[in-house]
Design a protein around this ligand. Sequence first.
Ligand SMILES: Nc1ncnc2c1ncn2[C@@H]1O[C@H](COP(=O)(O)OS(=O)(=O)O)[C@@H](OP(=O)(O)O)[C@H]1O
Length: 581
Amino acid sequence: MANPPHGGILKDLLARDLPRQAELAAEAETLPAWGYIKDRHKGSNSVYQLPPNNYGSLHSSHTGFMNEADYNGVVKENRLADGVLFSIPITLDVSEAAIKELGLKAGQRVTLRDLRDDRNLAILTVDDVYKPNKVLEAKEVFGSDDEAHPAVKYLFRTAGEYYVGGKIEAINRLQHYDFVDLRYTPAELRLHFDKLGWSRVVAFQTRNPMHRAHRELTVRAARSHHANVLIHPVVGLTKPGDIDHFTRVRVYKALLPRYPNGMAVLGLLPLAMRMGGPREAIWHAIIRKNHGATHFIVGRDHAGPGKNSQGVDFYGPYDAQYAVEKYRDELGIEVVPFQMVTYLPDKDEYAPIDQIPKDTRTLNISGTELRARLRSGRDIPEWFSYPEVVKVLRESHPPRAAQGFTIFLTGYQNSGKDQVARALQVTLNQQGGRSVSMLLGETVRSELSSELGFSREDRSKNIARIAFVAGELTRSGAAVIAAPIAPFEADRAAAKDAVEKYGDFFLVHVATPLEYCEKTDKRGIYARARKGEIKGFTGVDDPYEAPAKADLVVDCEKQSVRSIVHQIVLMLEGTGLLDRL
Ligand SMILES: Nc1ncnc2c1ncn2[C@@H]1O[C@H](COP(=O)(O)OS(=O)(=O)O)[C@@H](OP(=O)(O)O)[C@H]1O
């Protein structure tokens, strides 16, 4: 028998009775619809919480989004209004405009719709609409109102000003298209354990790739508790900068055969993590209990968001373990502290860090070091990970020589940036290894931005479009050379942010003086601008903000195009991007 769920009964909010489901589906068509899942909501508190997608995260007597009484209890005392332990607010945030538009008030029924495919997911019966004290929520739940904490930032910047509490009647499951066979609802997982005859299950939560050490520590936990292992990674929102879940799930699948046959099961948890340390650890334990686990491994710095804006860790390394320990009787799932294991090269084995004699030689590779090795293509030794795991990671992390990048040239019209761009394109084509894409100001203006003018706003849009295309090309491994005037610092900074999600971005300021640009302008464009035939021309009657911090500053009055291209090539070479594969 699996562990009883939190609160006693596992509520399944999906209407399974077909006539009832048909009734709800018909009613949903007649109700005001709340576009529940948009991109903005992907990271929100609510999206992954919607029953039946993830009702396992809820208290079993809890049938929807928290009303004010439950919310206040959870925020202030870790308890729902009925006194049951619960540590994270499960809330549906809305704007004032949405409240008006949908007429949200107590008793109102609203359809929750997935905007990605326009499917109605559920009907919410509004219990109440209330304005949360967000600062209090941040301080109590996350221990801080510092926006360096991703959940605090979301709460303050993105979440609507109001919360809607209410009961949910679900009509459809949220559609997933990836790893469908590995997604289990709590009831399905319980059934699966039952089928396998498992009665003691130790769950392992992770948002990172797993290597030998993780296999070792989970097997040790299983051995010491006579249990089987549930590898239960989060595949919803995790910490910014984490390795994407597609790669991670392929890693877990590659790792699974390394467990003794029949010892471990892999199930995916579609949860939006808050990185809430101690509060999150309690919640994670409840979720695993609802999924039928009897034991739960709580890590060192479990669900830790890293450092605050003062450079200090938000939580102590063992805060999460203390928190679950404090509530151990109520939690009803046995918490297994994460036993750090480390590699002993002289014995060629892993051992718990607290059990090795002083002065024993140990080896470890940190997450940061691993990412650096993946980026540079350096060796990842077999004592650290399995070759099949490394292979998966390498497929998603091509070495520098195969990564895309963007060279963004900015400067006055006729500064020489276009000549530099063309010469660089030829040079990179000669080098080979990547496709080279050019986004010259004039090409973009005719192909992408033909309806835009030169107002501040239009210029921003133009640069944003260039950045979008550059980002997409960079992501797919191309070398991108963009050369708009891009006169505004804020637009260039936004372009950098957009591209850097996918690869390196180099800002090259072609700082040829305006007088020189004007003097050598054979097309007479500056002359026309001086005469007032072109209005708002950069450098004439419109500003150019010189970059405060460029990766390279060059000047076509003083330097030849050839020498500038050489400087750029040296810069790229210095970062490994021009290495041979
Ligand atoms: N008002 C005004 N200000 C600046 N430039 C102007 C303006 N009007 C037209 N042009 C011509 O548009 C080309 C530069 O566009 P960009 O896309 O690079 O400008 S921006 O980055 O959006 O500011 C560039 O074209 P080319 O000369 O063919 O390169 C400019 O001559």
